[in-house]
Ligand binder design. Structure first.
Ligand SMILES: O=C(CO)[C@@H](O)[C@H](O)COP(=O)(O)O
Length: 191
């Protein structure tokens, strides 16, 4: 977040670099900022594994997506609640991840926007059709208002990757919340 594209200011490449030696877990960097091209190599060099950005924040979406892969990372696009799925039309081959925002970006602690469920279903269909055609898969991530009591429904609608902030960090026992979320996800059997 850059206090420009969204009204908040948070983690930059230096923090990513400091986190990298602490974990082997993939670092998934969501650029909630504008512009993005200068930051892409900086985050890649700082140890990011996945980098995603908002199409509205790049003048040349195809070029920014290529830049991410050229820097050795997986590439993703982030769609705000009002951003149509048509932005995906000509870049499916450049994508490793699609992230649907289920709140308007900028703040933690907001409520999940229910229409995201239909958008997830439509995105899931696109990804499945793409996988059928090319053999390549794309992660479908959701961010905003994800809680233990709605994560099953979100997974059922098609998400396979989840961002949860206040649901976890608002509790004492982070591991217990994550275990509860995993249990909810495991109980869903999608067709
Ligand atoms: O950065 C954003 C929104 O701008 C999200 O990543 C939220 O911070 C997720 O937080 P919760 O909605 O889970 O509290």
């Amino acid at each position: 977040m850059d206090n420009h594209y969204v009204p908040n200011l948070t983690i930059g490449p230096m923090v990513c670099k400091a986190i990298r030696p602490c974990t082997d877990a993939p670092i998934d960097v969501h650029l909630m900022c504008e512009p993005v091209d200068d930051l892409i190599p900086q985050f890649a060099q700082a140890g990011a594994n996945i980098i995603s950005f908002h199409p509205e924040a790049s003048r040349h979406v195809d070029r920014s997506l290529s830049l991410i892969r050229d820097n050795g990372c997986k590439a993703g696009l982030v769609l705000n609640p009002a951003t149509p799925l048509s932005v995906l039309d000509h870049v499916m081959d450049r994508l490793d991840l699609i992230l649907l925002m289920s709140v308007n970006p900028g703040f933690g602690g907001q409520s999940f926007i229910p229409s995201t469920l239909d958008k997830l279903r439509a995105t899931r269909q696109r990804i499945d059709a793409w996988q059928e055609k090319t053999g390549n898969t794309i992660l479908l991530e959701v961010d905003g208002g994800v809680k233990t009591d709605n994560i099953a429904q979100i997974h059922e609608a098609g998400a396979d990757t989840f961002v949860a902030g206040s649901a976890i960090f608002g509790q004492q026992d982070y591991a217990a919340v994550i275990a509860g979320m995993r249990e909810q996800i495991a109980g869903v059997h999608r067709s």
